[in-house]
Every structure is written in C-alpha cells, then in structure tokens.
Ligand binder design. Structure first.
Ligand code: NAD
Ligand code: LMR
Length: 330
C-alpha cells in the first residue's frame, strides 16, 4: 500500500450506467496512477441506495490495493465532504428523439444544490467535472451556485467528442487513433459542437492535407461526430456509458498531467472571452496544462470564416440555454 495521502473523489450517479464503469477504473488507478490511493465518496438518490450497495459489494470484492475508503451516501454534505475531485454524473439521460438540452428542465436544478454543497463541504483545491447532460449548462449552473469556489475549477465534458473525432479521422486516414493530435472541440456538447478538422494533425501533418477531401470533412465527419451520441442511443437503446466513463477518465488525467508540447485537449471551461466568445458561459476550447494544476486556453489557434461561423452558432446555443436557466442562478 502506497504511503501517499489519498485523493478523495466524489461521484454522483454512482449506481448508474456510467458509474458502473467509471468507479472501477478510478479504483484501478487509471486516473491518478498506480501508486496514488483514492477515497471514493459515492453519491446516489435515496431510491438507488439499494443498487449502490451492490456496487459497493463488488468494489470490495475487487480488493483494489489503491482504494483507501468507500463512502456510499445519499447526503450531499457527506458525499462532497473533503472532495478533491467531484465528478457530477448523476442526472437523467436523454432518450431517442430528444436533444440534450431537452433535459435542462429535469436536470438543471440538481446542479444548484450540488454546487451549494460543494462550496460548503469540498476540499479547498476542489475541481468539478460535469458529465450529466446538458453538461455545459449544468456546469454553468453549478459554478454559479458554488459561491466562493473559483470559476477555473469547473469543467464540462467534451472529451468523448474529441475521442470520437480522433477515431473517425484515424479510420479515414488508415492510421491508429494515437496518431491524431490537436483535435479541438469548440462550443457545446450538443449537435452544434464544432470538431475542428482544420487545426487537427495526423502524424504531425494537417489532417486536411492527409485526408485530402474537404467535402468529406465538412459533410460527413462533422455530422458523424455531432450525432454520435444519438447513433449510440439508437443502436443500444441506452446512451453511451463505457466510452463516456473513459472520456471522464481522460479529461481528469489530462488536467492533472502536463500536456505534450504543441498539443492540446478539449474540455469546456468558464469563458474569459477568448476567441471572441461570450464570457462566463462554459465553452469547450483547445486547453493545455503545463504543470497539471493550472490550465490555459491555447491562444493563437487559426480560426477561418468557416470555423468562426460554427463556433458562433454553438456559443449562441449556449447563450440560449443560459437564458433558459436564468431563474436558477441566484
Ligand atoms: P443512468 O440513468 O444510468 O444513471 C444516472 C444515475 O444518476 C442514476 O443511478 C440516478 O439514480 C442518479 N441520479 C439522478 N439524480 C441524482 C442526483 N440528484 N444525485 C445523485 N445521483 C442522481 O445514466 P447514465 O447513462 O449513467 O448517464 C448519466 C448522465 O450522463 C446523463 O445525463 C447522460 O446524458 C450524461 N452523459 C454525458 C456524456 C458527455 O459526454 N458529457 C456522455 C454520456 C452520458
Ligand atoms: C453522448 O454524447 O453519448 C452523451 O451525451 C449521451 C447523449 O445523450 O448523447
């Protein structure tokens, strides 16, 4: 057993689909590394506590060397107590035929109480990743409710979109997905998101040059990435879960590990107005970290007229979502 102090991770929706993959991978060391103990605060609503007790039994049955403590609870004050990371997954997923923003009326309010409980109970260095949809605007609500917690601690997940985009480009180019770098998702985790192929690289060369088919990139690649969540719901009858958990794991790992020189990753953060985007909204950009603690929006990424229009359309949608939840912000 490592002598390091554990990192405390609070996970909401712990008895749900994503939780069933996410918790076990964190426990196995996939996020914080093979010698970093983790304490797991597993948060559920009261009706799901029975199912959560089964998850806890299974966690115990794994005898994970890195797990120092498991705290199953339906009390947010207990669940967020001393948490260094809060992974906010718990919320209702959409069904076929819905857009993610159709969930705002059901899910938005969850993030008011959670933001308040995080501000009251979490560790001073807390960082919060929102996965539950619509994740950008839920994170925006949470950030506003968590009075006193700096805005740069809040994130919303667009890494699954980045990974999907990398997989599509790699398949088209006939290379392994690890050869695709500099893939930025701009905007909202929604059908308006902009997977930026103009700045993506394949084996260090511009993706456009390697693929050589701009029409395919615009007319097939972009809609495929934008609609991938819906395609999975149609095929599985349930929304993505293992790939979503993997996206959350990649996001946290990227935020705690120095980014390779010249590269970036995608996550939605509180806008400072970079790239002429509206301030305060949770917008996905190319992000990097030099020290695994602070992060920055990568500046100077070329934005041509086509990209500009796509980014503006996604930010417009985020502004509309923010207007729709104005009454939840105190
Ligand atoms: P699920 O229905 O299987 O599980 C959700 C769990 O959350 C349930 O166990 C439920 O009891 C719990 N829950 C509900 N309200 C809660 C609350 N207030 N506090 C704590 N727990 C609560 O759903 P899932 O498939 O795990 O998906 C969870 C969310 O993640 C959905 O909103 C889904 O749309 C979203 N999602 C986002 C991405 C992304 O890329 N950002 C990807 C996949 C799924
Ligand atoms: C996804 O992208 O798979 C998730 O956001 C789930 C959904 O509703 O599409």
């Amino acid at each position: 057993m490592s002598t390091k102090a554990p990192i405390r991770v609070a996970i909401t929706g712990a008895a749900g689909q994503i939780g069933y993959s996410l918790i076990f991978r964190i426990a196995a060391g996939d996020v914080f590394g093979p010698d970093q103990p983790v304490a797991l605060n597993l948060i559920e609503i009261e009706p799901a506590m029975g199912a959560l007790s089964g998850v806890v039994m299974e966690l115990n049955d794994c005898a994970f060397p890195l797990v120092s403590e498991i705290v199953p609870t339906s009390d947010m004050n207990v669940g967020f107590k001393d948490a260094n990371w809060c992974l906010l997954v718990g919320s209702v997923p959409r069904k076929a035929g819905m857009e993610r923003k159709d969930l705002l009326g059901i899910n938005g309010k969850i993030f008011v109480g959670q933001g308040e409980a995080i501000a009251k109970n979490a560790a001073k260095d807390v960082r919060v990743l929102v996965v539950g949809n619509p994740c950008n605007t839920n994170a925006y609500i949470c950030k506003h409710a968590a009075k006193g917690v700096p805005a740069d601690r809040f994130f919303a997940m667009t890494r699954l979109d980045e990974n999907r985009a990398k997989a599509q480009l790699a398949e088209k180019a006939g290379v392994h997905s690890s050869k695709v770098t500099n893939l930025a998702i701009w905007g909202n985790h929604s059908a308006t998101q902009y997977p930026d192929f103009y700045n993506a690289k394949i084996d260090g060369k511009p993706a456009l040059e390697v693929i050589g088919d701009e029409a395919w990139l615009k007319d097939t690649f972009i809609p495929t990435v934008q609609q991938r969540g819906a395609a999975i719901i149609k095929a599985r009858g349930l929304s993505s879960a293992a790939s979503a958990a993997n996206g959350a794991i990649d996001t946290v790992r990227s935020l705690v590990t120095p980014t390779k020189p010249g590269d970036w990753f995608s996550v939605a953060v509180c806008s400072d107005g970079s790239y002429n985007t509206p301030k305060d909204l949770m917008i996905s950009y190319p992000i990097r970290t030099n020290d695994g603690k602070t992060w920055e929006i990568v500046q100077g990424v070329p934005v041509n007229d086509y990209s500009r229009a796509k980014i503006d359309a996604s930010c417009k949608e985020l502004q509309e979502e923010a207007n729709d939840v104005a009454e939840l912000l105190k």
